[in-house]
Ligand binder design. Structure first.
Ligand code: VG1
Ligand code: CO
Length: 542
């Protein structure tokens, strides 16, 4: 029953920051998805008879690829596949399910915050047995394999009914369709004080969650409306749609602006949150206060003991390099380890497995902990609600007091999307070429203290990852970071990260872009962004 199908390799199956992401028509090319899935299996060892988890964010093409992946898993010798009902597993749930059922690994089908639909984005990612994204060693091997692959294995079998919970047999392999919500909700209940949050909501505190027509709808509805007692309708855009209702399922001030405006209006809710396509990102907004993801990480770390799951304290904090140093201040004061990693959750796995850190975060609206090995949007929202319930203070007061105690890291990211790839590469190579000449130079009132191309030395497995972003550090602790996105599917995206530390509480209420104006000007002067990108302003500012 096992068919060995002859195929031709594609040259462009290099996984980026988080798996392989391409437009749907690219994935629809003959054997394109099959090649990549077989390249994953060919790069792994020892999975015969073991369990594979499969699930995705429900976007267009999800079900088709799941059926293929199931048939290929059977042909390649897996013993069992666990698949989310309707083919859906949020990324944090996929991570949890892999861990809970001690699966060998998992295939997560998602292009995360990128739009979905017949001409939009699709993605495939492999997660290892710890529940986290495959490390570079494996993604490199997958890419190498994809360039020379000649055949793939698949069984002939009928489609699985993905909508019905239960088990089926596919050529001797068991396929179990699981309730994707139950396991996750149980995990959240074990970490947070649901009673305290329930009584906060009962007392009139109004919470809304915008699921952006993406994967978290069913999870958020079960938790917020059913378990925590928020009124029906508190979860907006709760039904996952294959095209996310034509929106970008990206929880930030641009794509979740409606929610932001609502929370900011006098009659609006007290607290709002949004999550992305695959449920691993979060945006948190309190009345009168948008919480930056970098601040959110620092504040969660500083208040971690208020949540039952973290009552004994945390071991340490990790943040991606471009994320602000707000968390570093907390680590310093609490005497915790702090680690700076390259962009992408795959770099946190070793630190979490080794018990060096408990919480991790990225500036790109990602926060998470050792409860899984991915970032986790609803986890972050529940952590905030737990902190608010325990402190009986608004999100705004909590943030303002945090700045008063630790100082404020003014922070912003400017994205230039859809740049011609060659132009973007030239910008970066010119920057790299002048790194040595920058230290000591003055730009306006700023003096460059150091400049480098960030390289990460993993303290657990000693692996080294180079070229992870260009840092220009100024005297006084301000900095500008430049890197190219590794998740886009057309052209290039330049990300410019700008940060200034301000210890003085009387200077904590300056508008962010004004507080960073001289650094933004310095970024332009150093990198000549306008002429290289042929853009006058960034596409997205967060
Ligand atoms: C972006 C973010 C990065 C995040 C990655 C995956 O990567 O900057 O912090 O880990 O997306 O997030 P890049 O290479 O485009 O900057 V998700 O929620 O898209 O899986
Ligand atoms: Co995501």
């Amino acid at each position: 029953m096992i068919l060995t199908i002859t195929t031709k390799p594609y040259s462009d199956q290099k996984p980026g920051t988080s798996g392989l992401r391409k437009k749907v028509p690219v994935f629809q090319q003959e054997n394109y998805a099959e090649n990549f899935i077989q390249s994953i299996f060919d790069s792994l060892e020892g999975f015969a008879g073991k369990t594979l988890v499969i699930g995705g964010d429900g976007r267009y093409f999800n079900r088709e690829v799941i059926q293929k992946a199931i048939r290929m898993a059977a042909a390649n010798g897996f013993g069992k596949v666990l698949v989310g009902q309707a083919g859906i597993l949020s990324t944090p749930t996929a991570s949890h399910v892999i861990r809970k059922y001690q699966a060998f690994g998992g295939i997560v089908l998602s292009a995360s915050h990128n739009p979905g639909g017949p001409t939009e984005d699709f993605g495939i990612k492999y997660n290892i047995g710890n529940g986290g994204p495959a490390p570079e060693r494996i993604t490199d091997a997958i890419f190498e394999r994809s360039k020379s692959i000649e055949t793939y294995k698949i069984v002939e079998a009928a489609d699985i009914d993905l909508d019905r919970i239960g088990t089926a047999d596919v050529a001797g392999m068991t396929v179990e369709v699981i309730d994707s919500v139950a396991d996750y909700v149980e995990l959240m209940e074990s970490l947070f004080d649901f009673d305290a949050i329930r009584s906060l909501i009962k007392s009139g505190f109004r919470v809304v969650i915008d699921s952006m027509s993406a994967v978290t709808g069913p999870y958020a509805t079960e938790i917020l409306e059913k378990r925590l007692g928020a009124p029906a309708g508190s979860v907006r855009n709760a039904i996952p749609l294959p095209d996310f209702g034509h929106h970008h399922p990206d929880p930030n001030l641009v794509h979740a602006k409606e929610l932001y405006d609502d929370v900011m209006s006098p009659s609006g809710p007290d607290f709002g949150a949004a999550s992305d396509g695959d449920g691993d990102r979060n945006m948190v907004v309190g009345k009168g206060m948008f919480v930056t993801p970098s601040d959110s990480l620092a504040i969660i770390a500083a208040n971690a003991k208020l949540a039952p799951g973290y009552a004994d304290g945390i071991a340490g904090i990790a943040r991606s390099m471009p994320t602000s140093a707000a968390a570093d201040r907390v680590a310093e004061k609490l005497g915790l380890g702090i680690y700076e990693t390259p962009t992408g959750w795959k770099y946190f796995g070793n630190l979490l497995d080794a018990g060096k850190v408990t919480v991790c975060g990225e500036e790109s609206f990602g926060t998470g902990s050792n409860h899984v090995r991915e970032k986790d949007g609803l986890w972050a929202v529940l952590f905030w609600l737990n902190i608010i319930a325990a402190r009986r203070e608004s999100a705004r007061d909590i943030v303002v007091k945090h700045w008063a105690e630790f100082g404020r890291n003014y922070y912003s990211r400017h994205d230039y999307e859809g740049i011609d790839t060659e132009r973007a590469n030239t910008l970066m190579s010119e920057l790299r070429a002048k790194l040595d000449t920058l230290p000591g130079s003055r730009i306006g009132d700023l003096t460059v203290e150091a400049a480098d191309d960030f390289a990460y030395h993993d303290p657990v497995d000693q692996s080294v990852s180079k070229n992870q972003g260009i840092r220009v550090l100024f005297e006084g602790g301000s900095r500008v970071v430049f890197r190219l996105s590794g998740t886009g599917t057309s052209g290039a995206t330049l990300r410019v990260y700008v940060e200034r530390y301000e210890p003085d509480p009387s200077r904590h209420d300056i508008e962010t872009q004004s507080a960073l104006a001289d650094l933004i000007a310095a970024a332009e002067s150093i990198a000549k962004i306008r002429s290289h990108t042929v853009m006058d302003t960034p596409t997205v500012i967060t």
